[in-house]
Design a protein around this ligand. Sequence first.
Ligand code: GAP
Length: 540
Amino acid sequence: MTNESVGENVGQNANQNPALERTLPSVPAPKSMDAIMSLCKRRGFIFQASDIYGGLNGFWDYGPLGAQLKKNLRDAWWQDMILNPCWGKKGPNGERVQCVPVETRIIQHPRAWQASGHVGGFNDPMVDCKETKNRYRYDHVKVYVPASGEPGDKPLFAFVPGTASEAKQLKKAEKAFGKADVVALTTILVERFAKVLGPDAEKVGSLTEPKQFNLMFKTYVGATAGEDDIAYLRPETAQGVFLQFKNVVDSTRVRMPFGIGNTGTSFRNEVTPRNFTFRSREFDQMELEFFCHPSESMDWFNFWREFRMKWWESIGLAGENLRLYDTPKKDLAHYSLAGSDVEYRFPFTSPDFGELEGVAHRGNYDLTQHQEHSKIKLEYFDQDRGELLPNGSKRGEKYLPHCIEPAAGLDRGVLAILCEGYTRDESRPSPEFLKLNPRVAPIKAAIFPLVNKDGMPEVADKLYEEIFARFGRTGFIETDAKQSIGKRYARMDEAGCPYCFTIDGETLTNQTVTVRDRDTGVQSRIGMDKVTAFMTEKLG
Ligand code: GAP
């Protein structure tokens, strides 16, 4: 991602509406976000932060099921990026990929943010509406213009894609000049803003000139809280890695090429937080900075962009809702050599896609910046390079490594998983359910005695202990003896629990239980002694 586009980049490529720029296949009607959000609240996945005080715009909390789902996704990232990077696959150098973690603080030295370009540079141009006092990202606003000819004295109708202004302004534009085309506000000369009707305005000419807006939250460190004590909440986890690059190299046995991963909370004072958790003001990231020799950097870039796409597929986002979008050269930051985004078709971006993860080739920009600002040498001495010496060793080479950065949003990942999993099937007794990949599902299994008597609860308890001992670290194992069995299944379906095991009369005679598959509702019988093996096969 570029500094210019930090924040998110749904529909912000270039100066045009990406929906026009890219060819999008016709897609089924998007799922209802209202229904998804309502299920999330009802079943304890996601709540508005400070709900009892009316909520706080741009901040979201996770309930019991959401917190576990989010942990499972982060754990999956950690497992596949740090502990066993790329599932043990060899990289383009023919060797196993090597990565280590760091955990860095939210508040860093303020000079670090000057070096990274976030202070001063971490700005998004904004336009204000003098009439409604609304503020918009300049590069997010689109305008309906006549499909042919000049508008004459007719207004130009501005809107923000994905909001109510889109349809409202289209209606007005079609009334004013028949067929309308869409252009970006950035393509309209500021001198012509007097003719633009703002997205939510009643009168033309209310939009101001674009202004820079810093997205970093400010705070004070220390008791005096003066100008000299100003610090910033990090807007990305990536910079913590660059700041500790030298310490990691000096304190571990990592050798080029290698990655340093960092996960945690970032903050951006987004001007228009919206679309549920998609654009929040506080969110978690999972970032890897992968360092390599400049000559190998394009190979590693291609390797990572492909792996990251496969990884999201493995988590359950496979299909036509997921795609890899290569950033056009003209949209890359000045230091960036290449960039691709893993994008998901969220219900609110459909038929377009929204960014889930950016894979960026950052060259040696960050290490160069921090080297200059800190005056500490950050070059790497590579013993495996340089000419061969008579003693059989290499002379070595000193260089500033290039960096490939797969930067994923954890909250966006959770949101994509919930949107993908949400399913409505009117033919089922309880039509709503969540098809969650068992690896991330917060409840791994449920064990039900068919009735709360006849020795069934005791058998259920025994099976619970067994399953808990093996899978209890990866999620909840539920047991429930109340309500009808149909209602209990429906509750588990809504929570995305992949398997329910039921103890019934037959269990007491032949030691078998029923196993019910969430997605098909089909039940089969297996021996009680085979349940752990069954779960191991399904969950890994
Ligand atoms: N270090 C590079 C960087 O931070 P980014 O594309 O700005 O790049 C990486 O952020 C990921 O973080 C995005 O792909 C997105 O998933 C997530 N992200 C960014 N801004 C966000 C926001 N306001 N709310 C939720 N997630 C966000």
